[in-house]
Design a protein around this ligand. Structure first.
Ligand SMILES: [Zn+2]
Length: 493
């Protein structure tokens, strides 16, 4: 008997039984990164939740068509490109490359499509034209186009907004705004000096799309006007997803997505991650400290996705022993199995049937990974006890190994990392950029600057040495002096 897959739907505020529109296929849209910097741990928590969702759907026998957009034009990317003094394309490309490397480090399965916003401007313009035709959008005095919230009574349904105090006709031009600032939002922004040389032609003059219309245009382009699941972080509920629903449904008259799933925040040592607190970590920072992608993935998936996850270095150290237990148990099973392999259909021993059912229930209960880990360790505990007494047959051991392989299609944590170095320093754009800056400083005899960059690299986990052949980069190893008395690691600033 198989458990029914239930998913908590932000739209209905309850766990809904999942049924795709089309039998056997799930169309999934996951809001992707804004490529203006290297993604941080909180971002990756959401991408791992989406990966577990995708893998669970596949585990249930569905074929998944996943689209993850790359926001490569918005307020933040334009600001970043101008500050760096390079083109928007060159600025965002380095972070796109870094993002795909990081996905690999964390064993996140690739989506079927990664549409970039800049490659879909005509789709966005067409959608805005449709909204203007249907009187849901208007061109303002400055030639920007705004969505008319008053024209769409369902506005606020996802975020459960109280719109009683809404002032018709007030406008907000920025991509991000708060709930107390609900107003007509920009679909198309007329060029202004803040945009530098970033602009496209449109029926309303030169300009660029707003962030929200990008996702509407790209999800409908690849998945149709109504699809199954739309996900993101809880930060996305308002205004991003509220606006996406309004624009899309006002244009088509059809529901956009049937299930809306949102991942909770990640906090670090009990506090919000922020640059000023010095607890802002990218995946690369953590890998540079000597931790593996597998370990970070395990920790980021260890809490249920709708619970706030508290990331601590103590917990990350504890993951090592958890993974050791898994590895040792699997090795022990392999010894007992003695080379026998069995199919998925082979009956499990009684003691594993119980935990097999628990695992399936856990993962089908709104992707409860914490309970799935519980079922995994219960199996290990019971299996070890029985193997100690010599009471596990070769066939039973093989059947449990096969079950672990099946579970790992969802969890992707059981096989050790293939290589010791998951992020190569020279391929990391941030590290490579620092090396270039340091070389330029040395050529200009600016040794103070060159020393400053050397220290910065050390903080990021890399030792740079000057040799006759140039700079040589080596990974710094975690040593006990990086542990403070309470066991946490002193982190890079
Ligand atoms: Zn989005």
């Amino acid at each position: 008997m198989r458990a029914m897959l239930n998913l908590y739907n932000t739209l209905t505020r309850r766990r809904d039984a999942f049924e795709p529109l089309e039998p056997g296929i799930v169309k999934l849209y996951t809001c992707g990164p804004t490529v203006y910097n290297v993604a941080h741990l909180g971002n990756f928590r959401a991408y791992i939740f989406e990966d577990i969702l995708r893998r669970t759907l596949e585990y249930r026998g569905y074929r998944v068509v996943q689209v993850m957009n790359l926001t490569d034009v918005d307020d933040k990317t334009i600001r970043g490109a101008i500050a760096a003094g390079i083109s928007l394309d060159a600025f965002t490309q380095q972070f796109k490359d870094a993002f795909f490397e990081d996905l690999k480090t964390l064993r996140i399965k690739p989506a079927e499509h990664y549409p970039a916003a800049t490659a879909h401007i005509p789709d966005m313009i067409a959608l805005i034209e449709r909204l203007i035709e249907r009187n849901h959008a208007y061109v303002a005095d400055d030639d920007s186009v705004y969505f008319n919230i008053a024209s769409y009574p369902a506005y606020g349904r996802l975020a459960r907004l109280d719109l009683s105090s809404l002032q018709p006709g007030t406008r907000v031009a920025h991509d991000e705004y708060a709930k107390d600032n609900v107003a007509d939002f920009a679909l198309w922004k007329a060029w202004d000096a803040d945009d530098g040389d970033v602009a496209w032609d449109s029926p309303w003059g030169r300009g660029r799309p707003g962030w929200h219309i990008e996702c509407s245009a790209m999800c409908m382009r690849y998945l149709g006007e109504t699809f199954d699941i739309h996900t993101g972080g809880i930060d996305n509920i308002f205004p991003h997803h509220e606006d996406e629903i309004a624009q899309s449904e006002a244009a088509t008259g059809k529901p956009l997505a049937r299930y809306w799933l949102h991942c909770a925040h990640l906090i670090i040592d009990g506090q919000k991650m922020s640059k000023s607190l010095g607890n802002f970590h990218t995946l690369r920072d953590i890998v540079a400290m000597g931790f593996r992608g597998r370990e970070i993935r395990y920790l980021l998936a260890s809490a249920h996705y709708r619970q706030t996850l508290n990331f601590t270095f103590d917990a990350l150290h504890a993951v090592r022993s958890a993974l050791d237990r898994i590895d040792t148990f699997r090795q022990r099973l392999q010894q007992v199995a003695g080379g026998i392999t069995v199919s998925q259909e082979t009956a499990l021993p009684d003691w594993a049937q119980n935990t097999a059912a628990k695992f399936d229930q856990a993962i089908c209960d709104d992707l409860n990974t914490a309970a799935a880990y519980g079922a995994l360790f219960e199996t290990i505990h019971e299996g070890n006890r029985l193997m100690d007494g010599g009471r596990v047959s070769d066939r039973d051991a093989a059947a449990v190994l096969t079950m672990f392989d099946r579970w790992d299609r969802v969890l992707a944590i059981m096989t050790p990392d293939a290589d010791a170095t998951t992020v190569n320093g020279a391929e990391d754009p941030v590290i490579a950029g620092l090396l270039e800056q340091r070389q330029a400083a040395r050529q200009g005899k600016n040794f103070k600057e060159s020393d400053r960059i050397r220290d910065l690299l050390r903080d990021k986990g890399w030792i740079v040495r000057d040799t006759p052949a140039g700079q040589e980069l080596k990974r710094a190893h975690i040593t006990s002096d990086r542990h403070s008395l309470d066991g946490s690691i002193a982190c890079a600033q």
